[in-house]
Structure formats: structure tokens, C-alpha cells
Design a protein around this ligand. Structure first.
Ligand code: RIB
Length: 343
């Protein structure tokens, strides 16, 4: 039998009016009561009648998620976090892949305004501030996720990119490496600048001079990681370790090293950033910085739904998660690496 609002109310030991207030955000609901209602919805598999509800509340209970690149394996866990939280709260998610194209982003934002979505999660849009402001002027709450956007009032949920990069580089320095190369992210993104800054900060704290020749441009793809390190090898600039701005670049860099006859980690240690699922299964398994990707997706969606119900974070407020160093076989102490080479 299809669960109704009455079943939810009875199981949560509240009135149907309280359940309706929770679902439609038309008034306060105590945290403990919210938890009981969420539990009842989940256990009963309750699905609100969205058409009937939108006629009453003018809410569509639909959230938009705009993201740059659905082919990057970092994003599925982010989407999963968004989707599951939205599902628990009775919201549908419209996933829009905008591929870092400002014209496409503007087109989608106009379409979403027309569809009257209740809120939007924006991951790294590259369109200008006025485009986003025009969308926001429709009264649609916005939360920025993972990568910042050019719209200061939007709250931002992300990992501490700079600190994660610093920890990754410090890991290599603590292994005795002093010639540490860096494959950067896309130069236009603040995320890339923050990770480069973390890399430079670690070098500076260790008294290691920053050598511009050891930084190669990447774009978060395997191809750019491969080509960047292949080019660096041809310059004969010595290095014994690489910190790559994401795991895909680290995987590409590793392929370039092995194709040139070098071994990872015996000749060159490699560290990435993200901890995508594949990172534990590459050969050698990749040392990296784990992002709490699923949790960030959930938290951003929670903030957005709160905003839809009028409980806004302060303008531009940030929720910063910490990355975690995951040490695997792709990095080793330089001394041991030298011994391994002489065996
Ligand atoms: O791998 C893709 C990168 O872009 C990740 O590091 C994530 O932070 C996203 O911004």
C-alpha cells in the first residue's frame, strides 16, 4: 500500500500538519521532530504528491545541480550525496552538465528559472557574476559546491584545497624528496591556484626553493598529466617526486613515467588529490588526498533546502571540510628508492 502523509504522521507520532510544515517549509519544526519525520519517510518510502503540493505552495520541490564535467570520476560521489539527501527530503534533482561553457551555463540558468526550480547547486560555473545575479534575482536560492563561482553572496561548501595540497607536498618532503614537481589544475580556476599555493607553502616551510621549471600546466585530465610530465622529462630538469592537482593527472603522469622507463615509486614518487575509487586499484595504488565528496554533496544540499525554507546561511559563508592523506604504494622514502635502484 502506498504510504501517505497520514502514515508518516502516525509513525513519527506527530500531526499531519507538522509533517506538512516539514515538507513544505511553511513553519518551524524542532530538530528531534524533523529527525523522526525523516526516519518515517525513509522507512515507509513515502513520496509526496508533488503536483498537488506545488499547486498549494508554488514549490516544485525540484533542485538543479549544474556541474562542469560529468566524465570526471570525482563527481559521481558528489552527485550521490546531493541525490540521497534530496531524496530523503522529498526533492527531485535536475542534473545539468554544462561542460565549463559559459553560453551553455547561461542557457541552462534561464531554463531553470522558467521551470521555477526551488534552488540550485552550482559547481564551478565559469559564467560571469551578472549572469548568476540575474538567475538569483528570480528569488532562487543558490549554494556553490566544490569550486567557487563568481557570485560572492552564494554560500560555498568545499574541501580546504590549499591545506590538502600542502599536506600532500609535505608528505613527499617528509620522505626526503626535495625536487618535487607539480602538475597544476586548469589555470583559470581558483581551486588550481589554491592547490598550487599549498604546494608552494609546503616547499617554503621546508626551506626548499620554489623552481618554476618543476610546475607543469594541467587541466585535471589524464592526458594533460601525461603530456606535462613527458615534456618535463624532455627538459632534463631533475625531479624525484610529483604532486598532481588531482588523481586523473597523477594517473596520466605515472603512465608518462613508466612509458619513459622510470618506475613509480622507486624512481619517482607520485601523489594525487581526490581519492577517486580507482586510486586504490591503480598499479601502484595511488597516494592521495581524500576529499569527503559524498559528505560535501549532502551538506550543500542540506544548506540549499534550508535556504529554500528561509533558513539562509550568511552571504558568502563557507563550510570547509578537511582533506585526509591516504598513503599507498605510489610514494616511498627517497633513501629507500635509491637503495631499490642499486639492487
Ligand atoms: O578531479 C576533479 C577536480 O575538480 C577535483 O579535485 C574537484 O575538487 C573538482 O573541483
Amino acid at each position: 500500500m502506498k504510504a501517505t502523509i497520514y502514515h508518516v504522521a502516525r509513525r513519527a507520532r506527530v500531526s499531519t500538519a507538522t509533517v506538512s510544515r516539514f515538507l513544505n517549509g511553511t513553519g518551524p519544526v524542532a530538530a528531534e521532530t524533523r529527525h523522526r519525520i525523516e526516519q518515517a519517510i525513509q522507512v515507509l518510502g513515502y513520496r509526496p504528491n508533488t503536483v498537488a503540493r506545488s499547486l498549494v505552495t508554488k514549490a516544485t520541490h525540484t533542485l538543479a545541480l549544474l556541474m562542469p564535467d560529468i566524465t570526471n570520476p570525482f563527481f559521481p560521489d558528489l552527485v550521490k550525496g546531493v541525490q540521497l539527501l534530496a531524496d530523503e527530503r522529498g526533492y527531485t534533482v535536475l542534473l545539468c552538465s554544462v561542460a565549463g561553457d559559459p553560453a551553455r551555463e547561461e542557457e541552462y540558468l534561464e531554463m531553470l528559472s522558467a521551470k521555477q526550480v526551488d534552488g540550485a547547486l552550482l559547481v564551478g560555473l565559469v559564467c560571469g557574476r551578472e549572469t548568476i545575479a540575474r538567475f538569483a534575482r528570480h528569488g532562487i536560492p543558490i549554494v556553490s559546491l566544490d569550486r567557487n563561482i563568481d557570485y560572492p553572496p552564494a554560500p560555498l561548501v568545499h574541501v580546504n584545497h590549499r591545506k590538502g595540497a600542502r599536506i600532500a607536498t609535505e608528505h613527499l618532503l617528509q620522505l626526503g624528496h626535495r625536487l618535487v614537481a607539480h602538475v597544476s589544475g586548469p589555470i583559470g580556476l581558483r581551486v588550481s591556484h589554491e592547490r598550487l599555493a599549498g604546494y608552494r607553502e609546503a616547499l617554503s616551510r621546508a626551506g626548499v626553493a620554489y623552481d618554476r621549471r618543476l610546475v607543469v600546466s594541467g587541466d585535471f585530465t589524464e592526458e594533460a598529466g601525461y603530456e606535462g610530465i613527458e615534456a618535463l622529462l624532455h627538459t632534463a630538469t631533475p625531479f624525484t617526486a610529483i604532486f598532481a592537482a588531482n588523481d586523473l593527472a597523477a594517473i596520466g603522469a605515472t603512465a608518462a613515467l613508466t612509458d619513459s622507463g622510470r618506475r613509480v615509486p622507486e624512481d619517482v614518487s607520485v601523489v594525487g588529490f581526490d581519492d577517486i575509487r580507482l586510486a586504490a586499484y591503480t598499479s601502484p595504488a595511488l597516494t592521495t588526498i581524500r576529499q569527503p565528496t559524498y559528505e560535501m554533496g549532502r551538506r550543500a544540499t542540506e544548506l540549499l533546502i534550508d535556504a529554500v525554507h528561509g533558513r539562509m546561511l550568511g552571504p558568502g559563508q563557507q563550510v570547509v571540510f578537511e582533506g585526509e592523506l591516504i598513503v599507498r604504494a605510489s610514494s616511498m622514502p627517497i633513501a629507500a628508492a635509491q637503495q631499490a635502484k642499486t639492487v
